[in-house]
Design a protein around this ligand. Sequence first.
Ligand code: PLP
Length: 233
Amino acid sequence: MGEIQQNINQIQKRIEAAAQRSGRKKEDILLLAVSKTIDVERIKEAVACGLKELGENKVQEILEKYEPMGEEVKWHLIGHLQTNKVKYIIDKVKLIHSVESLKLAEEISKRAKKANKVMDILIEVNMAAEESKFGVAPEDTLSLIQKIALLDNICIRGLMTVAPFVENSEENRECFRRMKQLSVDINAEKIDNVYMDILSMGMSNDFEVAIEEGATIVRVGTSIFGRRIYPQK
Ligand SMILES: *Cc1c(COP(=O)(O)O)cnc(C)c1O
């Protein structure tokens, strides 16, 4: 068995255990393989192990890998999206995790209309109020959602956050708990066109805690593929 397969088996066991601890089913949690910087050959190993949904944080990398990876996989955009790049990926991605402004949402809706589709999106929340991070402040999330919900070719499916990098994953439990509560509160508003059925949170370092607190998508890169090697610029 290859290293990637071993890693995936391990992660899946940990996901199942975390789900059980919180009275959930492993089927309700998507392990999204974050394939940024990873070459097609190695990504295909992960796909062969059953991980058919892939996350990238750059438009360019989705475009490069789209054809070689083929029809079998579904792409998620998880990183910051510039308005002028929406047109390149609108027909290529299943879910955009990183919507944080009305302007971006308007462009997505406009391009989705041209492509004859309704684009599923998540709203990125900067729950820990880190200056270096993208995302809308928790207290501004509802009002942003109320505006985006009026757009024709967008469906809001939930929330996403990138939690702080911490030594001990327990340090992020409160952050994840507040994300879940925010999603419950927004759902209670019963806004047309808003379904809070997805909560994208948890990465290699903290996905178990995220699952215990209600994550439905965990975005895992390093634990599957090993440490990333970024090309020298
Ligand atoms: C890189 C990345 C991940 C995966 O991080 P790992 O620590 O490698 O699991 C998850 N989410 C986003 C938005 C990322 O950019």
